[in-house]
Design a protein around this ligand. Structure first.
Ligand code: DX5
Ligand code: ZN
Length: 335
């Protein structure tokens, strides 16, 4: 069988991303499982933590995640199906989780835990079980980076996908990320495979959690991952995006070309709004030109271009006129 080359250094042109859940991998050799998922082209590792209380099953905890952290460069998404995430949060953060998602149905206080995750610089997620309405997320709107929608009852891999739940929730879930100009994510978890990927892609999902579909004997995992990503992108293009191909997540576009002081000012303002910016010497000016006089390109993720335009178009035009950068009124008010 042909091996696929390691894909972590090749920027994916896909919009949709696959997070490999290791729940159905060989739990006796998880190090192998995460290395394999990386080699076969998964974008993330999805770690299902269960406490035998919130769900009728037990898996692993922060210590196992910490041990696995050394085995792969892929980002870790922890999905905590536990009643008391607050009690263990410091350990999960210390273990190196890049995002931590907790459940909206738990009885303990959710807000401090979300704040704790974000204070550690990680993405904070809230997950809803199939019967939980999205309105359960309402009080936490401004505190979440991820909405995870379960399309099976949590607890076990290999269950049948609930299409009704997907249709009722996935598109609407985006509304709870309206505060994020860049980087908010909808995850779908449960029953995702080549049969269901197109549907959820068509509902705008960013991250497809895939468990049992990847770990079947004699299955080419790399092909399965590529197929699921491609189907999700097709669904997006012909479902939501009027036939226009999706914007790859890694694509950057030039948002403005400005002299250095103005470029730095705009960068600061755009980054303060949550959109990452790269500054490069513009190719529009000759290579030997002095850095102080030459213009610089501000690059932003293409996926955030519309939001950036809506917010900074006027500011960009004012700075381009070469006015000395002054502090915009909103910042001045805060200072
Ligand atoms: C279920 C877990 C899922 C599970 C998905 O409680 O949250 O992440 O691994 O497995 P599949 O893809 O088999 O439904
Ligand atoms: Zn999960």
């Amino acid at each position: 069988m042909r091996r696929t080359p390691p894909s972590h250094d090749v920027p994916s042109t896909a919009r949709a991303r696959v997070a490999a859940s290791i729940l159905d991998a060989d739990l006796g050799n998880l190090a192998h499982a995460v290395r394999r998922a990386e080699r076969e082209g998964a974008d993330r590792i999805h770690l299902d933590v269960m406490d035998g209380h919130f769900v009728p099953n037990l898996t692993f905890g922060a210590k196992t995640i910490k041990a696995l952290r050394k085995r792969t460069r892929l980002p870790f998404d922890a999905h905590l199906m536990i009643s008391n995430p607050g009690r263990h949060m410091a350990d999960f953060l210390d273990a190196g989780c890049d995002s931590v998602t907790i459940h909206a149905e738990i009885e303990e206080d959710i807000e401090p835990t979300l704040r704790q995750i974000r204070a550690a610089g990680r993405a904070a997620g809230l997950c809803v079980k199939p019967k939980t309405p999205l309105t359960a997320l309402e009080p936490y709107r401004e505190l979440i980076d991820i909405v995870m929608v379960m399309t099976v009852e949590p607890g076990f891999g290999g269950q049948a996908f609930m299409a009704d739940v997907a249709k009722a929730k996935l598109l609407q879930a985006r509304e709870y990320l309206a505060h994020k100009l860049h980087g908010g994510e909808i995850h779908v978890d449960g029953g995702i495979n080549r049969e269901t990927a197109e549907l959820v892609g068509g509902l705008g999902v960013d991250i497809l959690v895939v468990g049992s579909a990847l770990w079947q004997k004699d299955r080419n995992m790399a092909r399965e991952i590529r197929l699921i990503r491609a189907l999700a992108d097709e669904g997006y293009q012909f479902g939501l995006n009027a036939g226009v191909p999706p914007i790859p997540r890694d694509k950057m576009v030039t948002f403005a070309t400005l002299r250095r002081p103005q470029a730095r000012t705009l960068r600061e303002e755009v980054e303060a709004a949550g959109i990452p910016v790269l500054l490069f010497r513009s190719r529009e000016d000759p290579a030997e030109m002095d850095d102080e006089i030459r213009r610089w390109d501000l690059l932003i993720p293409a996926s955030a271009e519309t939001a950036a335009k809506a917010r900074f178009d006027k500011r960009r035009a004012a700075l381009a006129k070469g006015k000395a950068p002054d502090v915009p009124t909103s910042t001045a008010a805060r200072a």
